[in-house]
Design a protein around this ligand. Structure first.
Ligand code: NDP
Length: 480
């Protein structure tokens, strides 16, 4: 049994309650770790440590802070294999994916923001020959970062790094479902020379630790990634306290396939966009709209392509889909498959849990599932499932597909497949979404703004946006 501890003031500490939650390996369906059941008392200790550390950290030069972040990146890179295995055991994703995506991306996040912070320019406005304005940016102080379980270290570092780079001290809460790699990161930070109290990692339930972070008067900004309902709850508490908030929330992303697409590429990319990480990426394309003239052809090829995506023990190299991160989420996904049947959907592939043999016999696995015959406005096509379940919906015209694609309360990401560039740009402009990919999916340039519209979020991460979020601006006007 691995016992996880909180990381406060540079030390690993038991939670004040001395209570622990059960941490599961989802591929085995069994408990393998103890996760601190922390509460507002642990958050209080962390805030005290962060406040004390702020004076020193915020007075470091930008280069000193960036050097430390780069050393953390190097420390993480040196332990890549260990972190990848820990991520897979905690989250259920294939090990090769942790190696190829999650941990390398965490390293990239650290390197990117360490460098970007050095290149963040100040602003200057000349009003006339006698008056000019310059804008100062200073760190906010103590900030809160709350992250989800689907891309644990990837999203944890995506939040904490810009905050640290700009001189803030952080109280961070990873999901209690996948706390392992964030916990291990504390060791890397200490070894890299991050001063005590600059980063504090508190584990536990969202309803105890997350809400204590949200409600703490001395935590002046909240950067949150997670579900839309949780985002609304955080806003309810933080908005009247006038905290800065960045909210990256759920999605129900359309994948729009026109008849003039590059067919073979579109089939392959659509399968990846649907089922990578068991469909547990907020950017996965789960509503696949196919122009009716190629609908049947696409359906047959897509099913054949998805059949190649085997569900297996995540430690096996050929595994394409690993385990679902928690039993609760596993049951939620299965309940949506049942709902799809009730709503008149036809299961074309999958549609059930997968029982593996050997060490994974009790794990939580679901076959990649393709459903057709559902109206665009039924619950299955409107609500976020966040698992290996997609629907196929035919369309005839551009106007019709735009109406259906824009019909959900979400607006995070969209994929468009067509060889007609004018059409691609026209649809991209009209789609209600923060991120659009044309003829590709999940191509990420960390300099670009990242986030959603409607109920998919408020604010943007990525690039200089995230760095600016973690600062207060002050305009100084000078008359000569
Ligand atoms: P949740 O909203 O359930 O949880 C996210 C984090 O918030 C967890 O650390 C959770 O803790 C914590 N939390 C829960 N309740 C509260 C509360 N009342 N106050 C403060 N914090 C709280 O999301 P999931 O972890 O289930 O993640 C899946 C969701 O995240 C999906 O909707 C997905 O679309 C979205 N997501 C969005 C992304 C984006 O960039 N837009 C990227 C990735 C995911 P605990 O786990 O302990 O409950």
């Amino acid at each position: 049994m691995q016992r996880i501890l909180n990381y406060i003031n540079g030390e690993y500490l038991e939670p004040v309650s001395r209570g622990y939650l059960e941490g599961y390996n989802p591929a085995l369906g069994s408990v393998y770790s103890e996760v601190p059941d922390s509460d507002e008392r642990d958050v209080e200790l962390a805030v005290k440590a962060a406040e004390e550390a702020f004076e020193q950290w915020s007075n470091f030069t930008q280069e000193q802070r960036s050097d430390i972040l780069l050393r953390i990146a190097q420390g993480l890179e040196a332990r890549m294999e260990e972190f990848a295995l820990a991520e897979t055991n905690d989250q259920g994703k294939p090990l090769w994916l942790s190696r190829a995506m999650d941990i390398p991306r965490a390293v990239s996040n650290l390197k990117f923001y360490a460098n970007a912070a050095l290149n963040l320019n100040g602003e200057f406005h000349k009003t006339d020959n006698h008056i000019f304005n310059y804008t100062l940016r200073s760190p906010i102080g103590v900030v809160g970062c709350i992250s989800p379980w689907n891309l644990p270290l990837y999203l944890f570092t995506w939040k904490i790094t810009p905050a640290l780079a700009m001189g803030n001290c952080v109280i961070a809460k990873p999901s209690e479902i996948t706390p392992m790699t964030a916990s291990m990161l504390g060791e890397v930070c200490s070894a890299a020379g991050l001063p005590k109290g600059v980063l504090n990692i508190i584990h536990g339930l969202g309803t105890k630790v997350g809400s204590a972070i949200t409600a703490h008067a001395k935590i002046k900004a909240i950067s949150f990634t997670g579900g839309t309902k949780t985002g609304a709850e955080i806003s309810r508490i933080a908005a009247p306290m006038f905290k800065k908030m960045s909210l990256e929330l759920g999605g129900k992303n359309p994948n729009i396939i026109f008849s003039d697409c590059d067919f073979e590429k579109t089939v392959k990319i659509s399968a990846a966009a649907a089922f990578t990480n068991q469909g547990e990426i907020c950017l996965c394309g789960s509503r696949i709209f196919v122009q009716e003239t190629i609908y049947e052809k696409f359906k047959i090829s897509f099913i054949e392509e998805v059949k190649k995506r085997t569900v297996s023990d995540p430690l096996i190299q050929s595994s394409k889909l690993g385990a679902i991160a928690s039993k609760q989420h596993f049951e939620k996904i299965l309940s949506y498959i049942e709902l799809a049947k009730q709503e008149g959907g036809k299961i074309l592939l999958g549609g059930e849990a997968v029982k593996l043999e050997g060490r994974c016999v009790d794990g939580w696995f679901i076959a990649p599932t393709i459903i057709e015959g559902l109206p665009y406005d039924c619950r299955v096509n409107q609500e976020e499932i966040f698992g290996p379940v997609v629907t196929l919906v035919p369309f005839t015209t551009e106007a019709e597909v735009l109406m259906m694609a824009n019909s959900t309360p979400y607006g995070l990401a969209c994929t468009i497949f067509t060889e007609n560039l004018s059409k691609a740009h026209r649809v991209a402009a009209k789609i209600e979404s923060g991120i659009v990919w044309i003829n590709c999916w999940l191509e990420r340039d960390l300099r670009t703004p990242f986030g959603g519209v409607k109920q998919s979020g408020v604010g943007r991460e990525g690039g200089f946006e995230a760095l600016k979020f973690f600062t207060e601006e002050k305009n100084v006007c000078v008359k000569i």
